[in-house]
Design a protein around this ligand. Structure first.
Ligand code: SF4
Length: 465
């Protein structure tokens, strides 16, 4: 491998050469200024490095090369395999070729070379040939050599992803190109729990939703929100849409009771729901949720959501305790608190206290969110029973900090309050949060319904830096 410098001694490229049993693989990379470096499977750029000595040129890669610096690389060649070679597939974690030889070592060596190169050149992402046992991401051949696909990553794709390098397939190139475009968004909130909504049904496709959520959500420096919610096509056409929700730190949340009400309004306002519809179904990471629309003058203004069951079973929250966690002492931030742990599709720890307003949540919230008793983290709710079937609460959300409102948190608080004797099952309970009021009803079988408003603040166009 040689590094290349221009006449001013600035680094401008790299020359790679690998001698295989049947010849030499050479790659010359010229680094453009001000663009992202992208590692790309060499076969996609027409290099005849495939097992059959052919290439798999991809026309969209040429478009990508106009915008970014592409670094062609073949992990199998750089792992020491000849071209042509027997095709290989992954089976039981080993890479085995069609005549039964184990070539896992060569594949791993190639993957390590790819990672080294990405690190050396600061690659922002990798575009790798889909389905390959080296380069495939998400789906790969299943080891039967019958062309059947299975879920999984190739050896190189897995290593890059594990080391924080986003991996895309060639079919994602249009999405990567669109990253440079303008992205329409709508800012919405449900009693102050605000999210940025981005249409992925007809809108500009976004490749890295997590990164965009971080970029847009930063308070004071950006649009500012509790996160971003991407409205995607449903996986089951019987449903109306799918929501993917990302917190301000880029972590993906399973479900948000306030967010889904606004998602329902977004789907209605964008015309994805027939005007006469009284209820719709939205897919979430916590399953399909039925949302009953509330309308004024034909416009959706709020919604009631069937939130599923409140769950106290410790392994399903999860909380590392042998039995249900109801008013159990927990050490956090130098104090002992009595917590009740509930899952509403995401984990909650509820603390009943006389005066939630006086608590320094900025200080104590992180101790709860990252407490080792909760292996997936936890949202913490600090709740006052302000009368029979009326609660006042503040919430600290893992990944977002204190928020004005948390729908699943309000549901979990009511379930915990029923369990602890502060509220009644089957009766609508008013929950006052910093951003306003929600109504939560929990049946005697722990089925939960959440009701509240959904509002649009404004729409705009986001121009990526
Ligand atoms: Fe293409 Fe990757 Fe296979 Fe090399 S290892 S031929 S780059 S898919």
């Amino acid at each position: 491998m040689d590094l290349c410098y221009n006449e001013n001694d600035d680094f401008c490229g790299i020359f790679l050469q690998k001698r295989g049993n049947y010849g030499i693989m050479e790659t010359a990379i010229y680094v453009k200024e001000d663009n992202m470096n992208i590692l790309i499977s060499a076969c996609l750029l027409g290099v005849p490095c495939r097992y059959d000595g052919k290439s798999k040129p991809c026309p969209e890669a040429a478009e990508l090369a106009k915008v970014h610096t592409l670094i062609p690389f073949c992990p199998e060649c750089f792992g020491g395999l000849p071209t042509p070679r027997e095709p290989s597939e992954i089976t039981d974690g080993r890479v085995v070729n069609r005549v039964g030889a184990d070539v896992t070592g060569e594949y791993r060596r190639g993957a390590e070379e790819a990672l080294k190169l990405c690190r050396m050149l600061g690659c922002g992402c990798a575009v790798l040939k889909e389905k390959s046992p080296s380069c495939g991401h998400g789906k790969i051949y299943d080891g039967t050599f019958t062309g059947t696909l299975t879920d999984g990553d190739g050896i190189t794709a897995a290593l890059l992803a594990e080391n924080g390098i986003p991996v895309y397939g060639e079919s994602d190139i249009p999405v990567l190109l669109s990253e440079t475009e303008e992205i329409p968004f709508t800012k919405m909130h449900g009693i102050g729990n605000d999210y940025i909504y981005i249409d992925q049904i007809r809108g500009v496709p976004v490749a890295d939703m997590s990164a965009l959520a971080v970029e847009m959500s930063s308070r004071h420096f950006s649009i500012g929100a509790d996160g971003a919610i991407f409205i995607c096509p449903p996986e089951d056409p019987a449903n109306h849409g799918r929501m993917r929700m990302f917190n301000t730190d880029g972590s993906e949340g399973k479900m948000c009771g306030n967010g889904i009400r606004c998602a329902a309004k977004f789907l209605c306002d964008a015309g994805y729901v027939p005007p006469e519809a009284g209820e719709i179904r939205i897919e979430t990471l916590s399953g399909v949720k039925t949302v009953v629309l509330q309308k004024e003058n034909g416009r959706c203004t709020g919604a009631a959501v069937e939130m599923g069951k409140a769950i106290f079973a410790p392994e399903r929250i999860p909380v590392l305790l042998p039995e249900e966690c109801v008013q159990m002492p927990l050490e956090a931030a130098g104090q002992t608190w009595k917590i009740t742990a509930v899952s509403m599709g995401n984990p909650h720890a509820i603390v009943f206290t006389e005066d939630p307003e006086s608590l320094p949540l900025e200080e104590i919230g992180p101790f709860f969110a990252g407490h080792p008793l909760f292996p997936e983290g936890v949202n913490a709710e600090f709740v006052r029973a302000a009368g029979r079937n009326r609660l006042e609460m503040r919430v600290w959300e893992r990944g977002s900090g204190e928020t004005f409102a948390c729908g699943t948190g309000a549901c979990a608080a009511v379930a915990a309050a029923i369990r602890c004797g502060y509220c009644d099952a089957g009766v609508p309970v008013t929950v006052l949060l910093r951003g306003g009021e929600l109504t939560v009803t929990v049946s005697p079988d722990w089925d939960v319904t959440l009701e509240g408003p959904a509002e649009t603040v404004y729409s705009g166009i986001w121009r990526r830096k």
